[in-house]
Design a protein around this ligand. Structure first.
Ligand SMILES: [Zn+2]
Length: 299
């Protein structure tokens, strides 16, 4: 699916029914399961825009978009599918998407951010493991270890799982929980990153700092550089309120490719397994890009 052009993709998903069948498979790959009683048989009710599936045992009714990012949305499945297809490739923003799927800017923005939320949720269930290298990086301005931190500088940690050949197998880029007062990453931040993003058992973690190791030895650095370029080119002028989500989006696509997983199929899976999120809480998420986080442990 990833190789198709947009026209070819839209030919493949030419009607709502085709999208319904595809989502049914993604949501219930082994056949229908009632979310209330786990019964396997259902009656299909087709009087609504999307079919309802009524459990033959407890008569609970559900639909394919319940408990997904699409729940409650009036946007058609064909439009959602097109948005998910475009988000599985780099370089789509809400201004471009609104014209392609013919919706308002607010709807296009919301659809894209819900898809990004599904990517972040999926990423949070995968931890870095094995040989893990973590280094600091600075988004927004060229790194200068001798100047004071600047408001346009956004510090992050880049974690990379490596195989025995020292090839990256999984990448995470996470903004610091708190803006640094000095030009190096505190022990508490490193500890927090390790606790949240690296498997506790059996991982061999190497922390590297900007000043002590050349960039060629930091295997995540080329990916960070590409992520910065992509964010600058795709979201110029929009600011960094949602930087955390953009970094997760970039890493999501990279990680699917590193694991040779088709991006569209896996993104549809992520979207069907992530619960809906409201416009208000997406706005709130943007505001909390940096919130204070107290940690009582030291490295
Ligand atoms: Zn049931």
């Amino acid at each position: 699916m990833d190789q198709l052009s947009l026209d070819q993709f839209q030919d493949r998903f030419y009607s709502e029914d085709v999208c319904v069948d595809y989502l049914f498979q993604a949501k219930w790959p082994n056949g229908f399961i009632c979310p209330k009683c786990s019964h396997r048989h259902f009656y299909k009710v087709t009087t609504r825009r999307l079919p309802l599936y009524e459990c033959a045992q407890c008569h609970h009714q559900t639909s394919i978009i319940v408990d997904t990012i699409m729940e409650g949305s009036r946007t058609t499945l064909q439009k959602w599918f097109t948005a998910i297809f475009l988000a599985s490739h780099p370089s789509i923003n809400a201004i471009e998407l609104k014209d392609i799927i013919n919706v308002t800017y607010k709807t296009a923005w919301l659809v894209l951010h819900k898809i990004r939320c599904a990517m972040s949720t999926s990423d949070s269930s995968n931890l870095l493991s094995g040989m893990v290298q973590v280094h600091d990086a600075c988004y927004g301005r060229p790194y200068n270890p001798y100047s004071q931190p600047h408001p346009e500088e956004h510090y992050l940690l880049v974690g990379t799982s490596l195989n025995e050949q020292k090839e990256p197998t999984y990448i995470k880029m996470k903004l610091l929980m708190e803006a640094p007062r000095v030009k190096w990453i505190s022990t508490a931040e490193k500890m927090s990153f390790a606790e949240r993003h690296i498997e506790a058992e059996g991982s061999n973690i190497e922390f590297m700092t900007e000043r002590l190791k050349p960039r060629r030895l930091k295997f995540g650095y080329p990916y960070f550089k590409k992520a910065s370029q992509w964010i600058n080119e795709s979201f110029h002028g929009i600011g960094v309120r949602h930087l955390r989500a953009y970094l997760d989006e970039f890493c999501y696509r990279v990680n699917q490719k590193l694991n040779q997983t088709p991006v569209f199929q896996s993104l549809i899976q992520s979207c069907t397994s992530t619960k809906k999120i409201s416009y208000k809480s997406l706005k709130e998420k943007g505001k909390r890009v940096r919130y204070a986080h107290m940690i009582g442990l030291y490295w």
